[in-house]
Design a protein around this ligand. Structure first.
Ligand code: SF4
Length: 350
């Protein structure tokens, strides 16, 4: 049975009309699900019996199941979610000042194969459906209300979990429409960030995507180093990537964020700073340094704190907006894809 969460509101209205139902019920249904988080269809008091029967007969309101969750000493919560077919994905909730951000997955595994990434070692199993992407956020919204506090609210979304979101373009686009929809979750455009490894043909399609923040996983401004870290750079090197980036429609005063994983002796040298400055436009770029989060078996190391600080200050001194993102949840297997691997290896949480 198809998931009701696969639909955008517009699609649901069209489906209702094509089955002889009232299209306005789509708004009411969205309100019950995404605003009131009420999944018991019997409670949908303003929805007609006829529409409810149609929904019950044709669509599922099943959400992924939380099979494990852990809270880090820094407040980060990590969840392992089981999908309908038994596959598992990870999602992480990160508190910061007045924000509560969910980092969501877009695929089971990933085809991109970045050499620093645990998920990259797993290969791609499948894309998530639009309903599974939307359902991840809905599930955690409900879980937090029930298990933390009735007023606990997720405020931001980053597509930085498992998978390359632009590889699953259509489903991620539909879920994003639901996250932004005033009758859906109603998040602001600036509260959602999509991070891509640099899938050039899909970056060129972003003019047709809801206008959210875009982050590019750069990790090196040198082709040879970037190819070593991200095999996608062989197909879409820096020249092609930056030509595509120029086509991204940017609203006034908005900038592209460049994610830069800092790895000891690999991309943390003075020549790497020089290469970055040659490549990036000061006014249109923000650099987010992420010290590499070592995991068991990883071949890379984190630079010293002194080197991380130097790298940031040197970019700031040259007029770039550059910050360091501290790694979160180290004590709960926070590396992307690590939790899923441990679960599959030993069924840790059975
Ligand atoms: S870093 Fe992202 S794009 Fe690269 S392999 Fe991991 S999940 Fe895929």
């Amino acid at each position: 049975m198809q998931s009701l969460f696969d639909f955008t509101r517009e699609e649901l209205a069209e489906t209702l009309v094509s089955h002889g139902q009232n299209k306005f019920a789509a708004k009411q249904i969205f309100d019950w699900i995404y605003k009131k988080n009420q999944l018991d269809i019997n409670e949908w008091s303003n929805v007609s019996k006829k529409v409810k029967e149609f929904i019950l007969q044709n669509y599922s309101l099943e959400l992924p199941e939380v099979v494990w969750q852990g809270e880090s000493v820094d407040g980060t919560r990590k969840f392992l979610l089981k999908l309908k077919d038994g596959e598992t994905i990870e999602t992480v909730v990160i508190p910061a000042k007045n924000r509560l951000t969910q980092c969501i997955s877009s695929q089971v595994g990933c085809a991109i194969g970045c050499t620093f990434c645990h998920t990259g070692t797993q290969g791609l199993t499948r894309h998530l459906t639009a309903g599974e992407v939307t359902g991840q956020f809905l599930k955690i919204t409900i879980w937090l209300k029930e298990n933390v506090h009735p007023e606990e609210r997720l405020t931001n979304i980053v597509y930085m979990g498992q998978g390359e979101p632009l590889h699953n373009y259509e489903n991620v686009k539909k879920a994003t429409i639901n996250f932004l929809d005033d009758f859906g979750f109603g998040l602001g455009q600036r509260r959602i960030t999509l991070s891509t490894s640099g899938l050039v043909p899909k970056i060129k399609m972003l003019h047709d995507f809801p206008p959210i923040n875009i982050a590019i996983s750069l990790h090196s401004a040198k082709n040879s180093t970037r190819t070593q870290l991200m095999p996608i750079n062989k197909a879409y090197d820096l020249k092609r990537l930056f030509e595509a980036i120029k086509s991204i429609p940017l609203k006034a005063h908005r900038r592209i964020t460049y994610e830069y994983l800092l790895i000891r002796d690999l991309n943390d040298q003075d020549s790497d700073i020089e290469a970055l400055c040659e490549l990036l436009n000061r006014k249109e770029s923000k650099v987010n340094l992420i010290p590499f989060n070592e995991y068991p078996g990883s071949e890379y190391k984190q630079p010293t704190q002194k080197r991380i600080q130097y790298f940031m200050e040197e970019l700031n001194r040259r007029g770039y907006t550059c910050t360091v993102r501290q790694t979160k949840g180290d004590d709960i297997l926070a590396a992307c894809g690590q939790l899923k691997s441990e679960y599959e290896k030993v069924n840790l949480w059975d």
